[in-house]
Design a protein around this ligand. Sequence first.
Ligand SMILES: [Zn+2]
Ligand SMILES: [Zn+2]
Length: 265
Amino acid sequence: MPNITTSTDPDPEDAPRRGPLPAQPALARWRRALADLVFPPTCILCGAPGDDGRDLCRGCAGDLPALGLACVRCALPLPAPVTAGAGDDGPLCGRCRRKPPAFARAHAPFRYEQPLPALVAGFKFNGRLNTLRLMGELLATSLGDAAPQRPEAIVPVPLHMRRLRERGYDQALELARVVGRELALPVAAAACERTRATPPQTTLEGKARAQNLRGAFRATADLSGAHVAVLDDVVTTASTVDEVARALRRAGASRVDVWCLARTP
Ligand SMILES: [Zn+2]
Ligand SMILES: [Zn+2]
């Protein structure tokens, strides 16, 4: 896909490739083996030795809140099996039935329940890079398991420059880099920009949330015919990722998926 400016690795020969997502590329495996020698993996939740070369033990991994039953379109966790309003391939939430989002599919391995808020806060506000790496690896692994159609690039939800300066750290971009490295997909960080700073969505309700975001994003690349995945750490109402997807579709993207670590019930 020549029109997307990719910001980081992987090597051009690794991507884009169609079909099922591949196993971890050789270079990443080597890099990992070397790091494991120097810093043996330790579970970030209980301090026990990590399993499978990760900073997580099998016991704590099993305790993480899996997404479970959710809307096939936006990954909103659903309380009980839904019969009414089921789509061709699974249940749809009320909102997706009334007004389908601009993205085709959202994928989230986890519900945003403890310990996810603590883990996300760890990399978002306290700069815990091993937590960020672990979360990116878990997201990438879950995508491999789910075998979704492979996009051509990952587009992290852009953070406005002002907030980036305040925080000094763009968590969606950093998470996208880990996932991109694991899945050998380019990260097109420059494909979309935030045109203005918006108050955090959590401070607003309903209609105000949608108005807050209107026109807040602009695609800066020609995405004609491209299939891309928008990546954010946590998806709460899906308004933000929907607005980004809208901007990417306006720039010609043929399909936009949403990848996130956790979805708020
Ligand atoms: Zn543990
Ligand atoms: Zn939905």
